[in-house]
Design a binder for this molecule. Structure first.
Ligand code: GDP
Ligand code: GDP
Length: 440
């Protein structure tokens, strides 16, 4: 076991949805070949790796079953278990407060542990208000939840990450695979691309040691790295009902992006940029996943006899003009059908993945900052002082800069600094986060 990861346990009366939540989290597990990572296994713990980070989930199944009372025997078991845990997810049926919830609550209050109430089964937004009743249990943190609809799920994982950071725990995932989502509007060639990639048979991994089997994903190796293509089943499955297409494509796209580290946005080179591409780009940037764009069906463009390089340049310029805020994203020109430059695209994915996990040392960052300060075009015009910076997030990278006064921070300054940061360090395809804080 890795001692630096937080341990989480789910506690609650029977039938509130504990196993459902457990399974939901386990669904994201990327179990690891322990020996290779220097990690030994604890039979009661499941290692969960999400896009937010890694933690252990204590297997509490069987603590409180249907018909059980919260008696001293059960309490003893729970007590033993939570001794090791950092965070207790106290699960309740958010639709109504049950007397046993109160019994468990008073027991948990005695344990002096971090307790978050998961008010489950609030399946639609209107039901969220019901969660407030549970404040009477005396815990500060209440998360309205629905395992069935994954409501509150992202919040929960994010909260674990924040808690871990604030308590000196690591959540750095054990890097065993690169999660890639291929997205784009219908008919751009997503399915074709997946087939072409998986067609590199010798590289196809049927059962990479330590990877969980997920019927929806495909896993293969490339240049010695393991790549998981997220939801290839969903990509390949074609909906026949026209109305369904939009809705399900959207939901699947969002889910795939959330599970990924790197997103490949496919654009039909013949049709050019679509509105939905812009929507996806905004979403990916907001969620801060690594990004690469591939103009597909390049074979159709190159049959016209026009010079290939010239045409790529024209596309580069076109993209830059249409989406000036996304110029940091590498552009590729491929043919999923013929396989043209698909290996280069895969190579790029690996490269962006490295940037995604890149860490710039504080000393190096500040040396650079010094040069920026000296060459700052805003120097004369503003009273802004940037004292120092540090990379506070990794995967995806984020930077914190200490300044004198927020009111001196001009709107265009973050963009200026980001541009310089990219010039100095790189970070292709990575949406960076820059935070400015007043030095106190
Ligand atoms: P446990 O006994 O606490 O482990 O509860 P289970 O996970 O077995 O769930 C009990 C029942 O509640 C099952 O029928 C689940 O399908 C149902 N359930 C779990 N989560 C939800 C939810 O978010 N909404 C609704 N409506 N039902 C849920
Ligand atoms: P998806 O809906 O995004 O999964 O798109 P598909 O993979 O089903 O492809 C849609 C259509 O475009 C199919 O008829 C493919 O044969 C075709 N197609 C996909 N990639 C290419 C390509 O690189 N070149 C050409 N000419 N056609 C392609």
């Amino acid at each position: 076991m890795r001692k630096d990861l937080p341990i989480v346990a789910i506690i609650g009366r029977p039938n509130v949805g504990k196993s459902s939540l457990f399974n939901l989290l386990i669904g994201e597990r990327k179990s690891i070949v322990d020996e290779t990572e220097g990690v030994t296994r604890d039979i009661n713990m499941e290692l969960i790796q999400t896009e937010y980070g890694a933690f252990y989930l204590y297997d509490t199944a069987g603590f409180l079953k249907e018909g059980d009372k919260f008696n001293s025997l059960v309490q003893k078991k729970v007590k033993e278990a939570i001794e090791k845990t950092d965070i207790i997810l106290f699960m309740v049926d958010g639709r109504n407060l049950h007397p046993m919830d109160k019994e468990i609550a008073s027991f948990l209050h005695e344990q002096e542990k971090e307790v978050w109430v998961i008010a489950n089964k609030l399946d639609n937004p209107d039901m969220e208000v019901l969660a407030y009743e549970f404040y009477t249990l005396g815990f500060k943190e209440i998360i309205p939840f629905s395992v069935v609809h994954k409501r509150g799920y992202a919040t929960l994982k994010e909260k674990i990450e924040i808690w871990a950071k604030n308590h000196g725990k690591s959540i750095t995932p054990i890097q065993d695979e690169i999660r890639v989502a291929i997205v784009g509007k219908p008919n751009v060639g997503k399915s074709q691309l997946v087939n072409t990639i998986l067609g590199y048979e010798r590289s196809l991994v049927s059962d990479v040691a330590g990877t969980t089997r997920d019927a929806l994903d495909d896993i293969f190796q490339w240049e010695g790295k393991t790549i998981r293509l997220i939801d290839t089943a969903g990509i390949k499955k074609k909906s026949r009902v026209a109305d369904d297409v939009d809705y399900y494509t959207q939901v699947r796209t969002i889910q795939a992006i959330e599970r990924s580290e790197i997103v490949v946005l496919l654009i039909d080179a013949v049709e050019g940029l679509a509105h939905s591409d812009k929507v996806i780009l905004d979403m990916v940037a907001e969620k801060r996943r690594g990004l690469v764009i591939a103009f597909n069906k390049w074979d159709l463009k190159t049959t016209s006899g026009k010079d290939n390089t010239e045409m790529m340049k024209a596309y580069d310029a076109y993209f830059k003009q249409e989406l000036p805020e996304f110029t940091y994203i590498p552009l590729h020109y491929i043919s999923a059908k013929t396989g043209y430059k698909v290996p280069q695209l895969l190579h790029r994915i690996l490269e962006i993945h490295e940037w995604f996990h890149k860490r710039i040392e504080t000393s190096e960052l500040n040396q650079w900052l010094q040069t920026i300060k000296e060459a700052n075009p805003y120097k004369q015009a503003s009273n802004l002082r940037v004292y120092y910076g540090t990379q506070i997030y990794e995967a995806p990278p984020g930077f914190l800069f200490f300044i004198n006064k927020k009111e001196h921070l001009r709107k265009d300054y973050p963009r200026f600094l980001e541009k310089r940061l990219r010039e100095a360090f790189g970070f292709p395809g990575i949406p960076l986060k820059l935070i400015f804080k007043e030095k106190t």
